[in-house]
Design a protein around this ligand. Structure first.
Ligand code: FES
Ligand SMILES: [Fe+2]
Length: 355
């Protein structure tokens, strides 16, 4: 690929990332290596790992992980890969485990990853249980959400989320209660979906209903080193979200936080292969919210409507990207600074990944 694809671009003259980064044989492996194996992923909710032995299974860039609260109350992200012959320690989420037993031959580990016992290994010369421990990934909690990262290359979670706390203000989203998850399988590259999320330029054209409740002219994008923030006044009437603000954060590389009055929705945009992704919407509301059932049904219906409009366009854009007709178009500096910010982070990651 030409090096010029990856040179930094000023916003005023910027073009989009070229189409060949959105499809083709190398794309999934490149993104896994340069991005997902090096950055924070939203992997669990703190409420799922509240007490010792509670655990969640997940995977980052092909590495199976076990997020587990230790007997010492410390949260760890252990590799869910036995040191004997790579069997799994846990197959699903669970509560209050005393220890972790491998499903293959029964080697048993403490909740901090230390090997405790290995059946019938007495004849193995020099075998020292004390020296065998499950490797760990980084893990950190923020407002009830658990993030994990492989390797040491990712910024601190504090830097990743720079500015978010200040803007969330007194909204106590850490006390909101998880309600439900809706997943969407989409025929587009994960970056196509995020590109679309990052601009309001398309709102008047494909989202007539959303355009009526947010003020597109007041739509503002602010970028930080590792996240970008879109916000707009919101006036949705009493039957939807009421009035206030719509706050939308993109957190590098694939976490989205959508805060509306009395509602948090997180989105994870997970690559399946170069041309497909899965997007998970998790809904949270304050405890004791009156008429939660009705409120969620309306929220979900509205969210689904907007999502179907976005998905339809993302899938058409993916066809355009794969058509061979298009390379890279000019970005709108007034309306697509969020896309530019994302593409600059991608270019930076690919430059680093190539070394
Ligand atoms: S692979 Fe885990 S005990 Fe054998
Ligand atoms: Fe949209």
């Amino acid at each position: 690929m030409p090096d010029s694809d990856l040179a930094p671009q000023p916003l005023a003259t910027a073009t989009a990332l070229p189409a060949h980064y959105y499809s083709g044989a190398e794309t999934a492996a490149r993104d896994r290596h340069a991005i997902f194996a090096r950055n924070w992923q939203l992997v669990a909710r703190s409420a799922q790992v509240a007490t010792p032995g509670d655990h969640v299974v997940c995977e980052i860039a092909g590495v199976p992980l076990l997020i587990v609260r230790g007997a010492d109350a410390v949260l760890r992200a252990l590799h869910n890969v036995c040191r004997h012959r790579a069997g799994p320690l846990a197959l699903c989420d669970g509560l209050a485990a005393k220890r972790l037993r491998c499903h293959y031959h029964g080697w048993t580990y403490a909740l901090d990853g230390q090997l405790l016992s290995a059946p019938e290994m007495d004849d193995a010369e020099g075998f020292a249980k004390a020296r065998i421990c499950l490797p760990q990934a980084r893990v950190a909690e923020w407002r009830g959400l658990v993030f994990a990262a492989l390797g040491d290359g990712a910024p601190s979670l504090e830097d990743l989320l720079d500015g978010v706390d200040a803007r969330i203000g007194d909204r106590r989203i850490q006390d909101y209660v998880f309600h439900s998850r809706t997943s969407y399988d989409i025929a587009c590259n994960w970056k196509t979906y995020i590109d679309n999320y990052l601009e309001g330029y398309h709102v008047p054209h494909i989202h007539p209903e959303l355009n009526r409740v947010i003020d597109y002219r007041s739509y503002v994008v602010e970028t930080k080193r590792w996240n970008s923030f879109q916000h707009s006044p919101l006036d949705s009437g009493d039957t939807l979200y009421g009035s206030g603000e719509a706050l939308y954060w993109f957190v590098w590389p694939n976490t989205l936080l959508n805060v509306l009055p009395d509602r948090l929705q997180t989105n994870r945009v997970v690559p399946v292969d170069a041309a497909r992704c899965r997007v998970e919407f998790d809904y949270y509301y304050p405890a004791g919210l009156p008429d939660l059932h009705v409120r969620h049904a309306r929220d979900q219906a509205f969210s689904d409507l907007i999502q179907q409009q976005d998905v339809g366009m993302c899938e058409l854009v993916q066809r355009g990207l794969e058509s061979g007709s298009y390379v890279a178009g000019r970005l709108n500096p007034k309306r697509e600074d969020g896309v530019h910010h994302f593409h600059e982070l991608l270019r930076e990651a690919y430059r680093a990944g190539a070394t």
